[in-house]
Unconditional design. Structure first.
Lengths: 218, 473
């Protein structure tokens, strides 16, 4: 099944924009892919998905959002979420302190909470930066606003932002249903009466991508 | 001759039979003589748990077997009678399905699944459905492997641009070559070899650090020894073109430098390591091992069993790796280990421990973490009447060794060491012990590691990455 080619030239305008994080490669044109019929997909015979764990999650979130690793998530503003506070919940070890020499091998009840915590923290930081300096924005760039609202919730620049985020977090182009879902999300947030719907949408779409199964397992 | 080879198995079998009067468990050897190609017998032997919940209590497979074992004969059977009768009993239950999982005992033991565990049975890996746009889930997929290699060894996904460039390569040969280069690049990364990196994670259960006792960098509250030296030797032995066996056999130490992390061989570490060169055996004789595993003990069974577990994958507490030695245990330290419930394991464990007799822990400040000739005579002579008769010679895998360095050499050259090392990385990279359907690839991998690759971990890692087990989504 071949992807639908919808190259959005607007994305190429961002070429050469410097990124504050580790990954500084220029933006790539966004192609929205047609989602295959789920019923026709081949089923994995092995099904050996692995949770990324503390270090890989931190690195991938950091790279995806152009943040330094220590900016991804801290508790009380100073204790690293993955490297210190929630290491074991994320499947890590604590050999020197608690004598936990090997990971448990399974995700815990609190693991999803910590993943959500990290994703939301990192996304909040990225959105804050992009809104603070729109000229140097990494992901949510070129999004016209009217006050605190997005000027055009159907605009191609939103699709470009979704594509940029998907490229950086999932290393692929977005599917049509993903784009449609996130555009609808913008309308839903605006309709909800949120005081800052533009910011809330950016945080929400970022969170949805970073906390997805595709993002946290490999 | 190494453990697991047919000749070794038969040697062990004969040794076990010779020890019949001491109630040594010969079942593993007889089983493997009956089914030499069973996965449980390739480089190892089934543990007691194959037939027992905890001896003498049998699991469902053991119970079905027991019923066919010279029915009517008085119990307990002698080891000799048991050994003679077991092959026929095994044959008699081949067609049965002890755990009721729908798979016969024979198929389970041929496939390497557990005949007493209904949750363990051969898995049908047949592919279903058509194709996926991202990965080919039914076969080795280079795109999938590329992402995994970067995550597993570099610690981060490739970027979108890198992924596209990889996909755009002209053919699989180019992609395969590029993957090899990327793997080598990642093996230099801090994520892989740096402090608290992936190699250190493999080492944690072997070294079993304790922060409060740490000396030197990151000093603890009661600093006794610097286990970072142990991590350094471990990491050194697993990187570049170094021989992994040196983790047990090295008569040198390794210094770690940072930014970037490098491991460099040095003759001595006078500030932290005290065992003289002639008596060093890699991480078995470091200051940390002697501090933590020997500590105040005359006969440090804990040290021997931990080395056996950590570097050979044989956990005596789980009744693994039992190669009973005739006329053992002697119980030189009068701990009561000749009791029947103790002797089955101690007939293996105590002869493993004797070569540690002169390695001092922290029982004397003057002699702390050193090799002291006549250590038992100097410091423990009043502990038990026969303690000073403890020999330095011991036995590992049924083979006599004169001292700990010989112990280390036999251990490092064994199939068990190659299997254990390969298992370490299999678990790290796949997240589980080798599964029955992965057994053929696993066996081929550890045999190449031991043979063709001469115990080079870097080459082992390239091999694992090339397996279907690793590379088929």
């Amino acid at each position: 099944m071949r992807p639908e080619r919808l190259v959005l030239l607007a994305a190429t305008l961002a070429l050469g924009v410097g990124c504050p994080g580790k990954i500084t490669e220029p933006s790539q044109p966004v192609t929205v892919m047609e989602l295959p019929d789920a019923g026709s997909l081949a089923r994995s015979a092995r099904g050996n998905l692995r949770f990324k764990g503390p270090e890989r999650l931190t690195n991938d979130f950091s790279n995806a959002l152009g943040l330094n690793a220590d900016e991804v998530c801290t508790e009380l503003g100073q204790y690293q979420c993955a490297g210190l506070v929630h290491t074991v919940a994320l499947g890590g070890v604590d050999p020197f302190g608690r004598g936990l020499y090997e990971p448990s091998g399974v995700t815990a009840v609190t693991t999803p909470l910590v993943v959500d915590r990290m994703a939301f923290s990192a996304c909040t930081r990225r959105v804050d930066k992009d809104l603070a300096t729109p000229g140097a924005a990494l992901i949510f760039k070129g999004l016209p606003q009217t006050g605190a609202k997005l000027a055009n919730v159907d605009g191609p620049e939103l699709t470009t932002a979704i594509g940029e985020l998907t490229h950086r977090a999932l290393q692929r182009d977005p599917y049509t249903n993903e784009v449609a879902r996130y555009l609808q999300l913008a309308k839903d947030i605006e309709a909800s009466g949120n005081a800052e719907p533009a910011r809330a949408w950016m945080q929400a779409v970022c969170f949805a991508v970073l906390s997805s199964a595709e993002s946290v397992f490999y | 001759m190494t453990p697991g080879s047919p000749s070794t198995r038969w040697s062990a079998f004969v040794v076990l039979l010779a020890g019949a009067a001491l109630a040594k468990p010969p079942a593993g050897g007889v089983f493997c003589a009956t089914y030499p190609s069973a996965p449980e017998c390739v480089g190892k032997q089934p543990s007691c748990a194959y037939c027992h919940v905890a001896p003498p209590q049998r699991n469902v497979f053991g119970a079905s077997l027991e019923a066919k074992l010279v029915p009517g004969a008085s119990r307990p059977l002698s080891d000799g009678d048991f050994s003679m009768a077991l092959p026929a009993a095994l044959k008699a239950v081949e067609a049965l399905d002890a755990d009721g999982d729908g798979v016969s005992n024979l198929v389970e033991l041929q496939q390497g699944t557990h005949p007493a565990d209904p949750g363990s049975k051969p898995v049908d890996r047949a592919c279903q459905g058509s194709t996926n746009p991202q990965f080919s889930v039914c076969r080795y997929d280079l795109r999938y492997v590329y992402k995994k290699v970067l995550l597993d060894f570099c610690g981060a996904s490739p970027t979108f641009t890198e992924t596209k460039a990889f996909t755009a390569m002209t053919d699989d040969a180019s992609r395969t070559a590029f993957l090899g280069t990327e793997l080598d690049r990642c093996l230099q990364s801090e994520f892989w070899r740096g402090k608290n990196g992936q190699l250190w994670k493999v080492a944690h259960p072997k070294i079993r650090p304790l922060g409060s006792l740490k000396e030197g960098e990151d000093k603890g509250g009661v600093p006794l020894a610097d286990y970072y030296d142990d991590y350094a030797l471990f990491a050194y032995s697993q990187t570049d073109d170094h021989d992994a066996r040196e983790v047990l056999t090295a008569d040198f130490f390794v210094r770690r430098t940072t930014n970037p992390t490098r491991y460099t061989r040095v003759a001595d570490l006078p500030l932290s390591q005290k065992v003289d060169r002639a008596h060093r055996a890699g991480n078995m004789t470091t200051a940390w091992t002697l501090t933590y595993f020997v500590m105040f003990t005359a006969l440090p069974r804990n040290a021997a069993s931990q080395m056996y577990r950590a570097y050979l994958g044989l956990d005596i507490a789980k009744q693994e790796g039992l190669y009973s030695v005739p006329n053992e245990p002697q119980d030189y330290d009068a701990k009561g280990v000749q009791a029947a419930e103790c002797a089955a394991c101690h007939a293996t464990l105590d002869p493993l421990t004797y070569p540690f007799r002169n390695y001092n822990g922290i029982s004397s400040a003057m002699y702390a973490t050193r090799y002291i000739p006549n250590r038992l005579e100097l410091g423990f002579s009043t502990l038990a009447p026969r303690i000073t008769q403890t020999p330095e010679a011991g036995v590992i895998f049924g083979q006599r060794v004169n001292d700990l360095r010989e112990w280390a050499t036999v251990a490092a050259n064994s199939d068990a060491f190659a299997i254990s090392t390969t298992t370490d990385y299999w678990k790290l990279l796949l997240g589980h012990h080798p599964r029955p359907d992965e057994n053929a690839e696993f066996v081929a991998t550890w045999k190449r590691f031991k043979g063709e690759h001469q115990h080079r971990v870097q080459k082992l890692l390239h091999d694992i990455v090339k397996t279907e087990a690793y590379g088929a989504p």
